[in-house]
Design a protein around this ligand. Sequence first.
Ligand code: FA5
Length: 345
Amino acid sequence: MLNQVEELASKAFDELGRVTDVSELEVWRIRYLGRKSSLIQILRSLATLPLKERRTAGTRANELKRALEDAFTEKKSNLERSLAPSLQRESLDITLPGQRVSLGRLHPTTQTLEEICDIFSSMGFQVVEGPEVEWDYYNFEALNMPVDHPARDMFATLWVDSGTEAGDKPMLLRTHTSPVQIRVMEKSRPPIRIIAPGRVYRYEATDATHEWMFYQVEGLAVDKNITLADLKGTLFEFARRLFGEERKCRFRCDYFPFVEPGVEVAIDCLACRGAGCRLCGNSGWIEILGAGMVHPEVLRRVDIDPEVYSGFAFGMGVERIPILRYGIEDIRLFYSNDLRFLRQF
Ligand code: FA5
């Protein structure tokens, strides 16, 4: 028993010498002084020893316990003392005022897109997306604009691959969100009610109301008995919710090969209240979208029978909405990364 106590003593002091922080010291304390430690087991088993041996072993074990306790206390205060300066150095002054975190904000286009999507979602339209790099087939051909159709000139195109090599399919940056109509109708059957927000690209000179990259939101509804009155009702309700009751909305005939009849919708210019200014090109109106009844040829191409089903579609320019609302003088401000402009929204 005595040998066991001596062995334990040398191991414990040896290990204590290697302890470098308070958490290691706590592990050491549990190992050598804790309730389940060998030393406490030895003290408990003393009663089973013959009297003589009990005395010598007991005295030595109790001495060791005291010595270990003293060594523990001393080591603890040494460690705490060596820690004090670094704790003081690292301490926080919680009375100091904090550093202001500057808040970012959503781009005005993103804010408008969210608003548009909320309005149409509440009318039962589902939000879907399509690719920005698109095949000629979806951007033009399936929309009733075969190769050499003059209406292709309405959409000055940025080509990715003109498809001149044999077997190559022409590929482009989509010039409008209307190709999403075809992608949706290829995959689903009526009733269909979707909107498709996204970027579009045009190879055209920029001015106060025209960018070469801008956002559109496409809308499409196909079902039995859909009429132009449904299109008007939907767009008037949209304009009323977005711009308020007092805004004026103008429907005029327009031509798009993928709708029949086609219309153009404009809102009275908020900057000049219809009197005419630079922003509205002195017309008093700003055109925000093109629309119409889906052409029977387009429905036929995606195997939807135009004798049974009809539909309306629209494509709206997103930036023109904040332009109208806030009287922004130039669309080019949106993507020129001038924080003084962007921070106003
Ligand atoms: C189209 O793009 C058709 N796809 C719209 C459509 C969809 C018609 C479904 C019928 C049925 P348009 O080229 O007119 O049409 O563009 C639609 C809207 O996008 C315009 O009313 C205008 O608000 C906006 N827009 C057009 N060109 C520009 C441009 N360069 N910069 C900013 N906005 C533009």
